[in-house]
Design a protein around this ligand. Structure first.
Ligand SMILES: N[C@@H](CCC(=O)N[C@@H](CS)C(=O)NCC(=O)O)C(=O)O
Length: 220
């Protein structure tokens, strides 16, 4: 039975969603074969079967799961003989903590690159994205992004605990990358794919970590 990932898609088939990257890397780490179905912001009909309106969604031979965290838990439980997403006795709890922490940092990335993300979308999705995000932030996308030196500083400050954690080992999850790494990697991959504005400085140890994860997972 086939496994399908419904994946957010921009213009030119760009797959940039931080949450979909978490799931994509989780599937790769588990060694599972999967196909992807591109879903634009204005193509919610493609995921109507999941009874909610956000990606990622997976359909694993008829088992439908949405939300990247729920998908990671599902994959870990459904494929126990495959490499672990949450290694270690308390790995699942640590990964969940990382998940919730990273979700709070994502808005700093979004505010730093919001016009750049808009520009990477197809025209119909640009209209949807502008309307929905300007409603959310109460101002023009350009005004949100104009403050990006500050929002990037907030992101860099917010990553301090990860920087400290990396002093103890090469990956968030220990000696090898696992789901805790994929969570943060997805966010920085999103920024890299959508924008030339560097979220992390070259001197930051997180830059080396990002390259290590990319190389290990074969995505850079
Ligand atoms: N908590 C969810 C968040 C998923 C999410 O926000 N997905 C975005 C793409 S990055 C989405 O589908 N947005 C649809 C929209 O804004 O209309 C998860 O972890 O999967």
């Amino acid at each position: 039975m086939s496994l399908i990932l419904y994946d957010l898609c921009g213009a030119d088939d760009l797959r940039f969603s931080p949450f979909c990257w978490r799931t994509r890397l989780a599937l790769m780490h588990k060694g599972l074969t999967f196909e992807t179905v591109p879903v634009g912001f204005t193509e919610k009909h493609k995921i109507a079967f999941s009874e909610q309106d956000k990606v990622p969604v997976i359909d694993d031979g008829g088992t439908v799961v949405s939300d990247s965290w729920a998908i990671a838990e599902y994959l870990e439980d459904a494929y126990p003989g495959h490499p672990a997403l949450f290694p270690g006795a308390r790995g699942r709890r640590y990964a969940k903590m990382t998940n919730d922490w990273a979700d709070k940092l994502n808005p700093f990335i979004l505010k730093s690159i919001i016009v750049d993300v808009h520009d990477k979308l197809d025209p119909a999705d640009q209209i949807y994205f502008r309307e929905s995000r300007e409603k959310r932030f109460g101002k023009a996308l350009e005004k949100v992004q104009a403050n990006r030196d500050e929002t990037r500083r907030q992101l860099r400050d917010g990553l301090a605990s990860m920087r400290a954690h990396l002093m103890d080992g090469p990956f968030v999850s220990g000696q090898a990358p696992a789901y805790g790494d994929f969570i943060v990697f997805g966010s920085l991959r999103w920024a890299e794919l959508c924008s030339d504005f560097p979220m992390i400085s070259d001197e930051d140890p997180i830059t080396d970590w990002y390259a290590r994860v990319g190389t290990t997972m074969g995505v850079k």
